[in-house]
Design a protein around this ligand. Structure first.
Ligand code: NAD
Length: 485
């Protein structure tokens, strides 16, 4: 297979012919080659996006734009199987996960943000003036311009469309740089844009890596008006520096080291089931995933034993294996990183409750990026494994004795993306939720998402909020018009 850039409505190879390999994480077999953008390719994509702002897209009424984006959502659903196959091939994730999360939510992003925009009121204020006639103020929203969308590999279509949906709804044009690990669904979306009649240049895709490659060329391009980024905090810092030149707008959704707080008064069945999902779904490669679990001492032993039993029931297998609910990590390189933390945990004094190694998947799959789901206990609070984001299928469980101690432990981190709180005491739920230094709290649930709500992180987990009207704030320029009556 060949994955080309999508520029100005056409699939094109790099001007200099450069490519890189895309490999299947299940067995490291070659999926295909991907065009690697040079600065000239990125320049062509950005200029096409700039040009499209003043073409038919720029003149289109909001209702027409919204109708087109609804068509895009419908077309993703019509080509569901192709998107599903492409996403599973790139990431190795089980079809059961991608068919319930990645693809349907990828499509939903185009509908939800169009609806939000359509129902968003225009602010207006009547000002009294000394002559008695007054003045009318009203807010007018226009697009920001060309938006650079830099996305990661863990939920490729979902996270990319979470940005592209509202950006296009607000009338911007976009140049997307998907992760080098997962080029497929962003490319396929180019076909859908053409099929639906989205004008050329509105949606563009350039492939490549970060530093001195497509990512850097895009974020430093002077015609980019805003940058929206999802990825690691350290990458976010580099992109912020690039955005500072010309004072471009940024939105950053970055890493996490998210806690789950399990109080003795919780429904333990639900807490165990919820923590299984929050720590191990998608092979632990979810920004909102739980890597630190704090359990009130009376239920600590039981919780550890039950989570261990459930983890040991996970069935590793290929995406198409209907019984499998646990796939490989995204790449051998990422497996190396996660495995290095498994070794570090032991060096730092952890008790390995389960897992900790690389599983024997049999000759065909042993070349893939497989790793065992892992639970640790007994690490000190300052261990690197407790403090650094691992982004793999692993968590550390530690007991606590009081609510104050649990809150202090949960907040003792540089990150602040989300927290899960498990308790049947509603007063405690509110108290603890309000004390969490994070952007999102789930009480007695996890990853229950309503696209109308604010999404983003505190501390080093991000800057700004997207989702619902918060996305519209970022993707549009609000102008106040004052008319003297
Ligand atoms: P990453 O930061 O390595 O890469 C993300 C994207 O940035 C990729 O497309 C990459 O090519 C690009 N990039 C890298 N260096 C760049 C540079 N110098 N200039 C421009 N672009 C550059 O992250 P990843 O490994 O793909 O994804 C995992 C990380 O993403 C984790 O830290 C995870 O927590 C985070 N994440 C956060 C959220 C959220 O909503 N907060 C969601 C998903 C993932």
């Amino acid at each position: 297979m060949q994955f080309k850039h999508f520029i100005d409505g056409n699939f094109v190879a790099s001007i200099n012919g450069a490519t890189f390999e895309n490999r299947d994480p299940v067995d490291n077999s070659l999926i295909g080659t991907v065009s690697e953008a040079s600065a000239a390719d990125v320049d062509a994509a950005v200029k096409a996006a700039k040009q499209a702002l003043s073409g038919p897209w720029g003149q289109m009424a909001q209702q027409q734009r919204i109708a087109l984006l609804n068509k895009v959502a419908d077309r993703i659903n019509q080509r569901f199987e192709e998107f599903l196959a492409a996403e599973c091939r790139d990431t190795g994730k089980p079809r059961s996960i991608a068919s319930h999360i990645d693809i349907p939510r990828g499509a939903a992003n185009f509908k939800a943000f169009s609806e939000t925009l359509a129902n968003h009121p225009t602010e207006s204020f009547k000002l009294d003036t000394p002559d008695g006639a007054g003045a009318l103020n009203y807010g007018h929203r226009s697009p920001k311009g060309v938006v650079a969308v830099i996305s990661p590999w863990n939920l490729p279509l979902l996270l990319m469309t979470f940005k592209v949906g509202p950006a296009l709804a607000c009338g911007n044009t976009v140049v997307v740089k998907p992760s080098e690990e997962t080029p497929a669904t962003a490319t396929l979306l180019g076909e859908v844009m053409n099929e639906c009649g989205v004008p050329a240049g509105v949606y563009n895709v350039v492939h490549g890596f970060g530093p001195q490659s497509a990512g850097e060329f895009l974020t430093t391009h002077p015609l980019i008006n805003a940058i929206t980024f999802t990825g690691e905090t350290r990458t976010g810092e580099v992109i912020m520096r690039a955005a500072s030149v010309g004072l471009r707008n940024i939105s950053m959704e970055c890493g996490g080291k998210n806690p789950a707080l399990i109080f003795a008064d919780c429904d333990l069945d639900k807490a165990v089931e919820g923590t299984m999902r929050s720590a191990f779904v998608n092979c632990g490669q979810v920004c909102l995933g739980t890597e630190r679990v704090y359990v009130e001492r009376p239920v600590y032993d039981e919780f550890v034993a039950r989570l261990k039993a459930d983890v040991e029931k996970l069935k590793l297998g290929r995406p198409e294996d209907e019984e499998a609910n646990f796939g490989p990590l995204v790449s051998l390189e990422h497996r190396e990183k996660v495995h290095s933390y498994y070794k570090l945990a032991v060096e730092e004094g952890a008790t390995v409750v389960t897992g900790g190694g690389i599983p024997d998947m049999g000759a065909e799959m042993n070349s893939g990026a497989w790793i065992e789901p892992t639970i640790w206990t007994d690490l000190a609070d300052d261990a690197r494994v407790i403090r650094e984001e691992i982004f793999g299928p692993c968590c550390h469980i530690r007991p606590f004795d009081t609510e104050e101690e649990a809150i202090a432990l949960a907040n003792d981190t540089d990150y602040g993306l989300c927290a899960a709180v498990w308790t049947e005491n509603s007063s405690r739920a509110v108290r603890v939720a309000e004390a969490m230094e994070v952007g999102l709290v789930w009480v007695n649930s996890w990853f229950l998402r309503d696209l109308r709500t604010a999404f983003g992180g505190a501390k080093q987990s991000g800057i700004g909020r997207e989702g619902g009207v918060h996305g519209l704030e970022f993707y549009s320029e609000l102008k106040n018009v004052c008319i003297k009556l």
